[in-house]
Design a protein around this ligand. Structure first.
Ligand code: DAT
Ligand code: MG
Length: 135
């Protein structure tokens, strides 16, 4: 997902281009404003963290681009292309390492495992599976 700062800074095309350059394929995409309940569900694993309320406020603060990508080792590959969570520590060459300095406003979200991905795809795209609607 391209987060509100990524959209506001005009980095939608750049971020999509980098994922495509890596060899991943977009299979679903939509621009949306995340309702608070969906945001809390999406980030439920972080509910006990001190930054949770700030995170919810930020992710609901403006439009995002929700996406489903597929490809070889798509989760590992996309997370490496994104860079470390804290943009300050993300290596140059990664999306976060090239375009940010902040840990919260870090441009992009990526699922961290197959179960999380399945859950998040269901949350944001309902019954549309990663490839079913395109074949
Ligand atoms: P990632 O987005 O790399 O999967 P995460 O799942 O650990 O990182 O955290 C989710 C989001 O929460 C992250 O993108 C930004 C925010 N966040 C994480 N750690 C934070 C911190 N120490 N302070 C503020 N926000 C934080
Ligand atoms: Mg995460």
């Amino acid at each position: 997902m391209i987060k509100p700062d990524g959209v506001a800074r005009g980095l939608v095309g750049e971020i999509i281009q980098r994922l495509e350059n890596r060899g991943l394929m977009p299979v679903a995409m939509k621009m949306m404003r995340i309702p608070p309940d969906l945001a809390r569900n999406h980030y439920a694993v972080h509910a006990d963290k001190p930054f949770f309320s700030s995170l919810i406020e930020y992710i609901t603060s403006g439009p995002v681009v929700a996406m489903v990508w597929e490809g070889k080792n798509a989760i590992e590959a996309s997370r490496a292309t994104m860079g470390s969570t804290d943009s300050l520590e993300a290596v140059p060459g990664s999306i976060r390492g090239d375009f940010g300095l902040d840990v919260e406003q870090n441009l992009i979200h990526g699922s961290d495992g197959p179960e999380t991905a399945a859950h998040e795809i269901e949350l944001f795209f309902g019954e549309i599976g990663p490839t079913s609607s395109l074949e």
